[in-house]
Design a protein around this ligand. Structure first.
Ligand SMILES: [Fe+2]
Length: 276
């Protein structure tokens, strides 16, 4: 599972698919992407979020993926994530509308979920978090490969991030991250920040009762990687090291950093964001 906001940002709203994208040769899929992007493009911040009419095929992808991820979360997800997911209670039989996810999450933690047509520049994505707003794509992965996506789609955004944002502890961490990104004056500072975000809120793991559990949205929305993360090289919690370590968004992460406990992660990462 890749997460583009941690990498060099793509152009705002770019609808171009790379040649190796599963939907590249499917004109119907490309047309759906364009139609769904248009809903995000028309959205005005603060205004009601228009619904996307998802097709039966798209709902079926959501059904398959959310059922499998739900099973894996019960085994591999950190307790704080499960608390958030229980509170948000996403539908399992259809793609949720951002309108309803936004209402649910906002009622729980004051965080808003807002649609965007596609990937947004790094500073825009992180900067929105400072205003307790998560910018979300709405398209869904190609139906031929329900357990794979080369880019963040609505499964990643909502099953990964929105479920986290249903927990006030995570919501405050995301907001602190947003403020840190705004204070990152140079590209180097923003890159260091992005790497720490990547190795924590996207791919973080934590020790709970002697077991390694995942709390990062990238791991928790990846059907394959969620079962493989314990095979990665697990390094001790080290924010300085995270901030300088390169990562490859196109493969399972070979190195992960384990927090000694959820409380220690929240305290240390929050302090780092506030001091950055
Ligand atoms: Fe993400």
């Amino acid at each position: 599972m890749v997460r583009a906001e941690g990498a060099t940002a793509a152009a705002t709203g770019s609808l171009e698919l790379p040649a190796d994208h599963p939907g590249f040769s499917d004109p119907d899929y490309r047309a759906r992407r364009a139609a769904i992007a248009e809903v995000g493009r028309r959205h005005e911040p603060g205004q009601p979020i228009a619904d996307v009419e998802y097709t039966a095929e798209e709902d079926e992808v959501w059904r398959i993926v959310s059922a499998e991820l739900g099973r894996k979360h019960r085994r591999y997800a950190a307790a704080a994530y499960l608390d958030g997911a229980r509170a948000v209670t996403l539908p399992t039989d259809r793609v949720p509308q951002l309108r309803e996810v936004d209402a649910r999450v906002h009622g729980l933690t004051g965080f808003h979920i807002e649609p965007v047509p596609g990937l947004v520049p790094t500073r825009q994505f992180y900067g929105a978090l400072a205003g307790r707003t998560f910018l979300s794509t709405q398209y869904i992965r190609h139906h031929s490969v329900p357990f794979y996506t080369p880019e963040p789609d609505i499964v990643h955004e909502i099953v990964g991030h929105a479920n986290m944002l249903g927990n006030p502890v995570f919501a405050d961490l995301y907001e602190a991250a947003g403020h840190a990104s705004v204070r990152a004056a140079t590209d180097e500072a923003l890159e260091r920040f992005s790497k720490v975000f990547w190795f924590t809120l996207e791919f973080g793991v934590v020790w709970e009762d002697g077991e390694l559990k995942a709390y990062g949205a990238g791991l928790l929305s990846s059907y394959g990687e969620i079962e493989e993360f314990r095979s990665a090289e697990i390094r001790p919690w080290d924010l300085d090291q995270m901030g300088t370590l390169d990562y490859d968004i196109t493969r399972y992460q070979p190195v992960l950093f384990a927090a000694p406990s959820f409380g220690a992660m929240v305290e240390d990462l929050g302090a780092w964001f506030r001091a950055t």
